[in-house]
Ligand binder design. Structure first.
Ligand SMILES: [Zn+2]
Length: 165
């Protein structure tokens, strides 16, 4: 190791960086599992409310605003669970991020609807998404509240603290 990395100060910095990476890894795994569970939840809800079987899938609807009835059922639930959705329109989710032809096969495409609308279109997994994108997805998707002890409806909450630090 280079001489200057051996100082006490440098060692402390390296520990900090290592801890930050570990935290990101853990949160990425949590988000990955979380959005898989979110997809399962969506499909169970569609089954119970509309009798749409969980084995019925679609991979051909690429325009979020022109979809078959099954895909629009998924879309409406993505919208419904967005923290900052706008009433009477489908505004809220970052539709431009997502590849809706993969909604039935890749739950990370659901997660991307909850990330900032720039910089995440090409992120195909939790492992390749940065910390802000992951936390943004967890925060903006109200269904993820169950993974937090903090009440994310409060003005001051742990996700906002992470963002603005
Ligand atoms: Zn479809």
């Amino acid at each position: 190791m280079e001489e200057r990395f051996k100082t006490k100060e440098a060692q402390n910095w390296l520990k900090c960086i290592s801890a930050a990476y570990t935290t990101t890894d853990v949160i990425a795994q949590l988000a990955d599992l979380g959005f898989k569970a979110f997809y399962t939840f969506i499909r169970k809800d569609m089954l119970s409310k509309h009798g749409i079987l969980e084995t019925t899938t679609c991979s051909s609807c690429s325009d979020v605003f022109q979809q078959c009835s099954m895909c629009s059922n998924i879309r409406n639930r993505i919208w419904d669970n967005h923290r900052f959705k706008k009433e009477r329109s489908l505004k809220g989710p970052s539709w431009s991020n997502t590849d809706s032809t993969k909604w039935c096969t890749d739950s990370w495409e659901l997660a991307k609807c909850y990330m900032p609308s720039t910089g995440y279109k090409d992120k195909t997994s939790a492992a390749t998404t940065d910390f802000n994108g992951i936390i943004g997805a967890m925060y903006n998707c109200t269904w993820m509240q169950k993974y937090f002890t903090d009440d994310l409806n409060q003005d001051s909450n742990i996700c906002k603290k992470v963002f603005y630090k």
